[in-house]
Design a protein around this ligand. Structure first.
Ligand SMILES: O=P(O)(O)O[C@H]1[C@H](O)[C@@H](OP(=O)(O)O)[C@H](OP(=O)(O)O)[C@@H](OP(=O)(O)O)[C@H]1O
Ligand SMILES: Nc1ncnc2c1ncn2[C@@H]1O[C@H](COP(=O)(O)OP(=O)(O)O)[C@@H](O)[C@H]1O
Length: 496
């Protein structure tokens, strides 16, 4: 396997330019626009990622009193499963140092949501006009105005001594921006990670933007909020603290779904920011291909809908995302306000994509060859989805079979899971990961908007949603995915 040890050594097969790069500056992201060539750490993002006070920090009662690093190794109940490894591994608190966040990202394009804009709130009639993200949803925590360009950051893959997290100290010492001229052209070898972003927001008429990234077995964030993650060491990942997610992960560690979610290790803190510590699901793969599918027929919580009615907050950032995809999408009223309400934006996204019809949508695909596509906003009909899935698996039947089996197993477990029955699961994704060895797995991720129902209410996750019933359509989405995978397998057998 092409793994990088702590000292920067690379095992046979790694590309020389990548090795040089790793040894000198760990990881560099460059884009096709010279002025965009950035060797960045995330100090700016760090500042932007401020959450609502109640959400940013774990309740003190949940945190053990270990200075600087704290790890909340929660207690296991006995509900469904015996104790599993994650919690056993964190019997003692972390003593390592927390790395700085390492996120590489494009500079904002003109017209895109900018930090300055996000800091403003204006009043407009009976509405307040928020130029930043909604902070009301359980895990609206990163303040970054929606999905990021896929983020990559280098992680150390050694299981070296320092318990805890990967160090990015070399980044801390190298804050200078790199301009295009700083990068030797021959560094851009074919082995580097090419990231193609096809802005379907631009109607698919523009050529894909080519970004090139050094291939150094980076951790990849395909979807979600920019700046929400930090690399951890020893196959761990830190995600910005969200109480809702913490509660879910804690319960999931004792549920039948445990094998289908990342192992959870409690809360850790650094620089006054709390993180949920969990398994990095990519860690056991070598140059993985990854796909994020957002599950369910609804992507906003009923709670969010009610809040939006009580305190309508107009979102300019969402208006801008909307017109970037389809300039004719806003209503005349929204156009006049240059802003939309979050539920309206979310519903528009649902009907534009396959969420409304198939109860799942593809959010992003990154392949082992480095190509990355997060432009599935208009991937709506079954044919388009099938095509994207085929490309993700390169028509490999063995992969199809493995994924299908895993999805069927997941469905069986979901149908008997106590956790699943008692939670409204919204905005959660299935993360598909495979590599050239043929290893293919699927996990449930993102429980930032997964909310416990008042007892004794339960959901079947298939009944169509009507406001008040809190149904989320999760199993409809899984049924459809399984059907599509099954048909793909059948077709591939017929063809061969
Ligand atoms: O995908 P795009 O079109 O960018 O829209 C995003 C996603 O729906 C986010 O969901 P997810 O986190 O599942 O990716 C959602 O975060 P929430 O989970 O907070 O609802 C964002 O809301 P805001 O965070 O309010 O901007 C919304 O702007
Ligand atoms: N445990 C994990 N292991 C590996 N990658 C992950 C893990 N959790 C999330 N990711 C990556 O981060 C992306 C966003 O995750 P998500 O939890 O949905 O973030 P957000 O809450 O910001 O929406 C996923 O698409 C995936 O690429």
């Amino acid at each position: 396997m092409e793994r990088v040890s702590e000292g920067g050594a690379v095992s046979p097969g790694a590309d020389l330019s990548a090795i040089q790069c790793l040894n000198t500056m760990d990881c560099v992201a460059v884009t096709s626009k010279p002025t965009n060539c950035v060797f960045s750490r995330s100090s700016r993002l760090d500042k932007e990622m401020t959450k609502t006070p109640g959400v940013t920090s774990a309740p003190d009662a949940l945190k053990p009193s270990v200075p600087n690093w704290r790890c909340d190794a929660f207690k296991h109940g006995e509900e469904d499963q015996p104790l599993s490894s994650p919690v056993e591994q964190v019997a003692s608190p972390f003593t390592g140092t927390i790395p700085k966040l390492i996120v590489t990202h494009d500079d904002l394009d003109p017209g895109q949501d900018s930090p300055q804009i996000r800091d403003l709130t204006l009043s407009m009639g009976g509405f307040s006009l928020d130029l930043h993200r909604d902070e009301d949803s359980p895990c609206s925590d990163s303040g970054c105005g929606g999905s990021p360009a896929p983020s990559y950051f280098h992680r150390k893959l050694s299981s070296s001594s320092s318990a805890g997290l990967s160090s990015a100290s070399s980044f801390e010492e190298s804050e200078d921006d790199f301009t295009g001229s700083d990068i030797e052209p021959n560094i851009l070898s074919p082995s580097m990670c090419k990231m193609f972003v096809s802005p379907d927001e631009l109607g698919g008429t523009k050529p894909w933007k080519l970004k090139t990234m050094v291939h150094c077995q980076p951790w990849v964030q395909l979807a979600g909020h920019a700046g929400n993650f930090q690399a951890g060491e020893n196959g761990k990942l830190l995600k910005k603290y969200c109480q809702c997610e913490q509660l879910c992960l804690q319960q999931l560690m004792n549920d039948k779904l445990r094998p289908f979610v990342p192992g959870y290790y409690g809360v850790v803190q650094h620089n006054n920011q709390d993180y949920n510590l969990m398994d990095d699901l990519l860690a056991e793969f070598d140059s993985p291909s990854i796909m994020d599918c957002k599950m369910g027929s609804r992507t906003y919580l009923e709670e969010e809908l009610m809040k939006a009615r009580e305190h309508p907050r107009l979102r300019r950032d969402m208006y801008e995302k909307m017109v970037a995809v389809d300039p004719s999408a806003p209503s005349p009223e929204e156009r006049a306000q240059q802003a939309v309400l979050k539920p309206d934006y979310m519903q528009w996204r649902e009907t534009l994509s396959s969420t409304a019809t198939l109860a799942f949508r593809i959010e992003g695909i990154k392949k082992a060859d480095g190509t990355c596509n997060t432009s599935f906003k208009k991937t709506k009909c079954k044919g388009q989805v099938t095509k994207a899935l085929n490309e993700f698996m390169d028509g490999n039947r063995q992969l199809l079979r493995s994924y299908l089996q895993r999805l069927e197993e997941l469905r069986c477990v979901l149908e008997i899971s106590n956790f699943f029955k008692t939670h409204e699961v919204v905005g959660s994704s299935l993360l598909f990961v495979h590599d050239a060895s043929g290893l293919a797995r699927v996990w449930m991720i993102d429980f930032g908007k997964t909310v416990k129902l008042p007892s004794p209410q339960t959901l079947d996750h298939r009944t169509p949603w009507a406001e008040g019933n809190r149904e989320d359509g999760y199993l409809c989405g899984l049924d459809n995915l399984i059907q599509i995978f099954g048909e793909m397998l059948q077709n591939s057998q017929t063809l061969s």
